[in-house]
Design a protein around this ligand. Structure first.
Ligand code: ASN
Length: 300
């Protein structure tokens, strides 16, 4: 039988899932069911610090399919064809065993992933600040769930500070995330990260990116990442070439891009990381019924 603290953590995560679903429905998003295999998936890079050992692939009836690192490529298709969408999306990321030490990495987790047509980063910031403020209120109604941890539910005080990676690096060095998180008592936005081809570059400031992370305070680190998307076909192809991606693997995605994407913005945030932050768990694996921590044995 799961111990009392684990049961309490699972109750909190369960309330978070209910709140998240209600929130996105109230904001008139269409909830899609997740895909778990696709002809291509998020390349998660190029990232010199990447710790992904491999992306699982299966041969199935003459097709090569990859498990989802994230549904970002599918989100760009869905946001064009459906409009505002969200998904509780299970992801597999086979991280090196040493990632156990970060306390925030899992090799299987679920993110709330959403995308909004014709939105800008300010729209995502506003919607997420409503989400977290409302979540804090909901958790206050459920304060009894937090008694086993000897804590009160966290009070989110929006608007959150907006920083950018250039000033954070200047202040804390290249590994700014944990230090800046420890120095904060509220979540903060970190804007402008050089990363995957699908995050849009600022047309007015090349080398700057229209993307963002939200970082939890008190040392809990990254909560969410997202961006305004690159939707222009030629720029998508150019960025994929820059990243030396294998165009054969991305053929189906490129065909969709050629039909035309709508400009959009969105983000994804991990449900387990949120559960860890709310319950002040030591490790993100501590909020999983079935732990999926890199470097640990899988019990069942
Ligand atoms: N969900 C993220 C996004 O929307 C992508 C990711 O998980 N890497 O940008």
């Amino acid at each position: 039988m799961a111990d009392e603290r684990l049961r309490s953590r699972l109750r909190v995560v369960s309330e978070v899932l209910l709140y998240t679903t209600e929130f996105f429905h109230a904001e008139e998003f269409t909830q899609l069911l997740p895909v778990m295999l696709g002809k291509s998936t998020d390349p998660l890079g190029p990232d010199p610090g990447s710790s992904i050992l491999k992306t699982p692939e299966v041969e199935y009836l003459g097709m090569k399919l990859y498990s989802m690192n994230s549904m970002i490529l599918h989100k760009q298709v869905a946001v064009r064809d459906v409009g505002k969408i969200f998904i509780l999306s299970p992801n597999i990321r086979l991280e090196k065993g040493e990632r156990r030490e970060t306390k925030k990495h899992l090799f299987e987790f679920t993110q709330a992933d959403f995308e909004i047509p014709r939105a800008k980063k300010e729209d995502v910031i506003r919607i997420m600040e409503r989400y977290f403020t409302g979540l804090g209120e909901r958790m206050k109604e459920k304060a009894a769930l937090f008694v086993p941890f000897g804590i009160e539910p966290f009070s989110f005080k929006a608007p959150f500070k907006i920083r950018n990676t250039h000033e954070l690096e200047a202040e804390y060095g290249a590994d700014w995330e944990l230090k800046a998180s420890m120095d904060s008592d509220q979540p903060f936005w970190a804007m402008c990260h050089k990363r995957e081809f699908y995050d849009a570059e600022d047309p007015n400031e090349p080398g700057h990116y229209l993307n963002y992370d939200l970082v939890y305070p008190l040392g809990f680190g990254e909560a969410l990442s997202g961006a305004e998307r690159e939707s222009d076909y030629d720029r998508i192809i150019g960025r994929m070439g820059r990243d030396r991606l294998n165009m054969d693997v991305y053929k189906a995605y490129i065909d969709e891009a050629r039909k035309g994407f709508v400009p959009s913005a969105g983000a994804g945030f991990g449900m387990e990381r949120l559960g860890r932050f709310l319950t002040k768990a030591d490790h993100v694996g501590d909020v999983q019924m079935f732990r999926r921590v890199p470097g640990e044995d899988v019990v069942i």
